[in-house]
Design a binder for this molecule. Structure first.
Ligand code: BG6
Length: 294
């Protein structure tokens, strides 16, 4: 396993050629390649990587609020919270070289840990300045899968409420050939047309889509391209799934999204917990996703 790190990012690769790259701003996964060099993450040509804005692509981390602030404690926080622009600390790696033990897949893997705590933030313009927390975000690269998981600790004396989401931009060849399965007959909040809706078929995209599904983590979700599975998601403690693609008109209003037809090259399937979760003083919340690239 080889690791390289500098002031701004950490890259890890396995002897078999897989790699992952994480930007310290937001602990944003910028690139995940499987062995043949196939890139699984979409990153906009115009993405801003200096922490002045969240990265338009990869896996930005939404915390402690999803969307604009919507409870009293998050009033004054930016859309999707502060974690996606904060500079995280690289805590180190643990790797397992290929094992010869029975039942082992024989494959190596590497886990990179990143940390963020309230003491690392310069200024929190909300009630959140009264909370103390420590987050460990772990990115584990395996042979054909990637795991991203969060452990959020309330290290203070006040309970707090949070929402979180792994806002992942998946690279696809053409949105017209894509469908998302596993969310059929599940009611969703429609952020485009409003209201609650349900569909009986796998999701396809031919206009702006912005939906929030609440679906048991045991339900597997998959992205298909040309009827072949491309990404398969397993979730732990993440009962919500957001499906987002801005389509043509909305893309034009996004200064950091390019080239012009970039909307064709990604679909956001974002796993998280966007109901308010209460984390009592001293408690830890853990959740994560594993994505298999096919
Ligand atoms: C999605 C939201 O998760 O993120 C959308 O459901 C939002 O409503 C999108 O437009 C992108 O947000 P941002 O802040 O990164 O432009």
């Amino acid at each position: 396993v080889s690791i390289s790190e500098d002031n701004s990012r950490v890259t890890a690769s396995l002897p078999t050629g897989e790699s992952v790259e994480v930007l310290l701003f937001g602990a944003t996964v910028l690139s995940w390649k499987t062995a043949k060099g196939k890139e699984n993450m979409f990153v906009s040509d115009k993405a801003i990587l200096d922490g002045s804005k969240a990265v338009r692509g990869g896996i930005p981390l939404v915390f402690p609020n999803f969307g604009p602030s919507s409870n009293k404690a998050t009033e004054g926080l930016p859309q999707h919270g502060f974690a996606r622009t904060a500079k995280w600390e690289y805590l180190g790696k643990s790797s397992s070289e290929s094992s010869t033990l029975p039942n082992s897949s024989g494959d190596s893997s590497v886990k990179l840990d990143f940390g963020l705590s309230n003491t690392m933030l310069e200024k929190i313009p909300s009630e959140w300045k009264n909370y103390q927390f420590g987050i460990t975000y772990s990115v584990t690269l395996g042979k054909d899968d990637l795991e991203t998981s969060l452990a959020i600790r309330n290290t203070g004396e006040k309970d707090f409420e949070f929402q979180t989401l792994l806002h992942s931009y998946w690279a696809i060849d053409n949105i017209s050939n894509v469908s998302v399965s596993g969310l059929e007959k599940v009611s969703f909040a429609d952020k485009v047309g409003g209201g609650k809706k349900e569909e009986s078929e796998a999701i396809t995209v031919s206009s702006e889509v912005d939906r929030v599904y609440h679906v048991d983590p045991s339900q597997e979700i998959a992205i298909f391209e040309k009827d072949k599975p491309r990404f398969e998601f397993t979730r732990d403690m993440l009962p919500d799934v957001v499906v987002w693609n801005p389509w043509i008109e909305k893309s034009k209003t996004m200064s950091d999204l390019g080239p012009e037809d970039a909307y064709k090259r990604f679909i956001c399937v974002e796993t998280g917990s966007v109901r308010w979760n209460t984390l009592e003083a001293g408690d830890t919340w853990e959740g994560g996703q594993r994505i298999k690239a096919l």
